[in-house]
Design a protein around this ligand. Structure first.
Ligand SMILES: *Cc1c(COP(=O)(O)O)cnc(C)c1O
Length: 374
């Protein structure tokens, strides 16, 4: 058999209709325009695939860094890229040359970028960030005063494309988030009152977009990430979204273990009775979280839910297939997704492994091919 005709052992199937559906939910929920966040390989789904699917319906893409912007550019995607993380000093020149939208956290940065753009005989496309509580990037609110705003307005080789903030607790603390949005409104009004009017005002990640009406009147751009991939950070909104990826692997072996037999490293699981155990072609090297071991993790084989037994290993997982009749090598096992009447969600995997869906998705490794289906 030629290598290229070998079966997939662990792979992802991508549903473009679901991605478009979720983008439509985001668009109807928020402001007129959207920055689709496709950082970290579109949360593991494939940045080029996601950007191609969404490019006609978004104003720009949110990427982590200039390397990710380059990947989209190389694939022929022309929509602007906003760099969500600050550039390293050596990255600034390429970012400006490429026309990336760059976040600015201080006057010094704005002045340095202005100088750089002058030297390159272009304009730097900048977004001023106001830190209303994230504690990561941006101007502190105390520093967002008349003299700072006047100084930002005075740089000549800059086009002010945006003014934004970030909501760190929109899925955890509504009072905090409402207060943040109110203070961001003041920051925007202060700037606009001085004639500083960047084109895009933006604040809302998925939870901000889904949970807070007040962002509608304030912002004209949204920044959804997770919800585009079909997971709502607010459980009450989950039914509006469709999962975009299905994560599958295959049974490689089925064996009958006697009662009292250990399974996997450390023998943290010991069979209580004779047990039919299937070995799967996926492990933590593919991104299945090792932390899910022993916390109720399940996969689906033949429309039956099968418990994961013992520790997840680097390349293999063992599951109990005693109740799923005729499981045999080559059968598909669903790690995330639905099989007829049963399903496993990224949210469940996150709960079993004591982490968040963002982490589960971005953990899916480079060994796992992403296949666009349908
Ligand atoms: C990642 C990110 C987002 C998207 O967040 P989700 O919770 O995935 O919707 C929005 N804004 C910024 C600044 C981000 O870093």
């Amino acid at each position: 058999m030629e290598p290229q005709t070998l079966p997939h052992r662990c792979w992802i199937e991508l549903n473009a209709d679901a991605l478009r559906h979720n983008a439509t939910v985001a668009r109807t929920q928020g402001a007129a325009e959207m920055m689709a966040v496709v950082k970290a390989n579109a949360y593991g789904h494939g940045a080029v695939w996601a950007a191609r699917t969404l490019q006609d319906s978004v104003a720009m893409f949110g990427v982590a860094n200039v390397q990710e912007a380059l990947e989209l550019r190389a694939a022929g995607i022309e929509k602007p890229n906003y760099l969500l993380s600050p550039c390293l000093p050596e990255e600034w020149e390429l970012a400006v040359r490429m026309g990336c939208h760059i976040s600015v956290s201080s006057l010094q940065e704005a002045i340095a970028l202005d100088k750089l753009a002058q030297r390159l005989e272009t304009k730097a496309l900048l977004h001023a960030v106001v830190d209303t509580g994230m504690g990561r990037i941006g101007f502190l609110e105390e520093a967002w005063d008349h003299s700072a705003i006047a100084a930002l307005m005075s740089v000549k080789h800059v086009s002010w494309e945006g003014l934004n903030t970030h909501l760190p607790s929109a899925d955890e603390d509504a009072a905090f988030t409402r207060a943040q949005l109110a203070r961001f409104r003041q920051a925007v009004e202060k700037a606009q009152g001085m004639g500083f009017r960047p084109k895009w005002i933006h604040a809302s990640n998925s939870a901000g977009l889904l949970g807070y009406e007040e962002q509608r009147g304030l912002c004209n751009l949204t920044r959804p990430g997770l919800m585009l991939y079909g997971v709502s950070p607010l459980p009450e909104e989950q039914s509006r979204l469709k999962p975009v990826l299905t994560w599958k692997t295959r049974v490689t072996l089925v064996r009958e273990l006697p009662a009292g037999h250990g399974v996997s490293y450390g023998s943290t699981y010991i069979t209580e009775r004779p047990t039919r155990v299937a070995t799967l072609a996926c492990g933590y090297a593919d991104g299945y979280p090792r932390q899910a071991s022993g916390h109720g993790a399940q996969v689906i084989i033949g429309n039956t839910v099968c418990p994961v037994l013992g520790r997840v290993t680097m390349d293999q997982i063992m599951v109990d297939v005693s109740t799923c009749g005729d499981a045999k090598p080559g059968d598909e096992a669903v790690l995330i997704g639905a099989q007829r009447s049963t399903k496993v969600t990224a949210t469940e995997i996150a709960a079993w492994s004591n982490t968040i869906e963002w982490h589960v998705f971005t953990g899916i490794g480079p060994r796992v091919p992403r296949l666009a289906v349908g």
